[in-house]
Design a protein around this ligand. Structure first.
Ligand code: HEC
Length: 287
């Protein structure tokens, strides 16, 4: 639904479908020239038949008269797939633990208790099942400014065709979206610098153990150890990561200092939280 919340669902009644329609056409993502181009690619695909099975005979119509409807259906199909068991499997060690079918190690369990207690992670990354026993989503769907530093390696700074502000560009998150959508300053100013709380499911999933992931809305953090240390020490004078003090927040307004920044965790406690985050990867085989 995008880190800045711009896929609201207001247009299609489904934020997931609105999101799915975005990247195909974004010049910085898949860069298809038009919905028609996307439609023609779907027509040429192996799964074109499946599309007609779901949406009806001759539904994969890319003509000017039908393209809006067809493009919307492509997006809705992707959203339906994202909601299916294949994508949201809920088969992590933690899911089996909640059902009493797996045991956490001592370190993982210590991490869980910290996550839900002293480290306050569960205040935003919900870890308990819903009222009807729904598996926890690890997000409360709210927005926050954690004070994540700007990421100078973000190529967007140098893509001046798309980013006329160059190096002075600031990602203002939800507030920036609300401003562009025409909301009053008294509404958007309080949201500047806020980004959607992401789920932590599969946060450690990677194609190979040496694959370096990037965390946060701009990819500033390169490991779970680093981001947990940031939560713990952001506001601690003299705190460092790889010898470098934490840089200032990308957006200094609205930084959350109530729940984040100085948690008083020991190094062992930080490691335990990381061990717990590693139990959130799907595909665990209970013994
Ligand atoms: C006040 C709400 C809040 C609390 C408390 C919180 N988080 Fe977050 N978390 C967020 C938000 C918002 C982001 C995205 C921020 C951004 O990128 O600017 C995030 C991002 C993350 C990410 C990066 C995920 C990704 O896919 O990039 C990890 C990992 C994470 N949090 C773990 C934790 C842990 C561990 C704790 C406890 C030590 C914690 N969070 C506490 C709100 C919170």
């Amino acid at each position: 639904m995008f880190w800045d919340g711009r896929a609201t669902g207001a247009r299609l009644g489904d934020p997931l479908a609105e999101q799915a329609g975005g990247p195909f056409l974004n010049p910085l993502e898949q860069n298809n020239p038009s919905p028609t181009d996307v439609c023609v690619k779907v027509q040429a695909s192996k799964y074109a038949k499946l599309f007609e099975q779901v949406w009806g005979k001759n539904s994969l119509d890319c003509s000017a008269a039908k393209i809006d409807q067809t493009y919307e259906r492509i997006a809705r199909s992707i959203a339906a797939y994202e909601r299916s068991d294949e994508v949201t499997a809920f088969t992590s060690k933690y899911d089996y633990y909640l059902k009493g079918k797996a045991k956490l190690t001592q370190q993982e369990n210590r991490g869980r208790l910290l996550f839900e207690g002293k480290a306050k992670c569960a205040n935003c990354h919900t870890s308990q099942p819903g009222p009807q026993g729904q598996p926890p989503q690890f997000t409360d769907y709210s927005y926050d400014n954690l004070g994540v530093p700007r990421n100078p390696a973000n190529p967007f700074y140098y893509q001046t065709d798309w980013n006329p502000d160059g190096l002075t560009w600031v990602d203002t998150g939800l507030g920036g979206y609300l401003k562009s959508a025409g909301y009053d300053a008294q509404v958007y100013e309080l949201e500047l610098g806020k980004h959607k709380v992401p789920t932590l499911r599969n946060v450690d999933l990677r194609p190979s153990p040496d694959f370096v992931k990037a965390y946060g809305h701009n990819g500033y953090f390169k490991s779970l150890e680093e981001i947990v240390h940031f939560y713990n020490t952001r506001d601690l004078p003299g705190a460092r990561w790889l010898g470098i003090p934490w840089p200032p927040a990308e957006v200094s307004a609205n930084v959350n200092t109530a729940e984040v920044g100085n948690l008083g965790l020991t190094a062992d406690e930080e490691s335990a939280i990381v061990a717990f985050l590693r139990t959130l990867t799907d595909g665990y085989k209970p013994k």
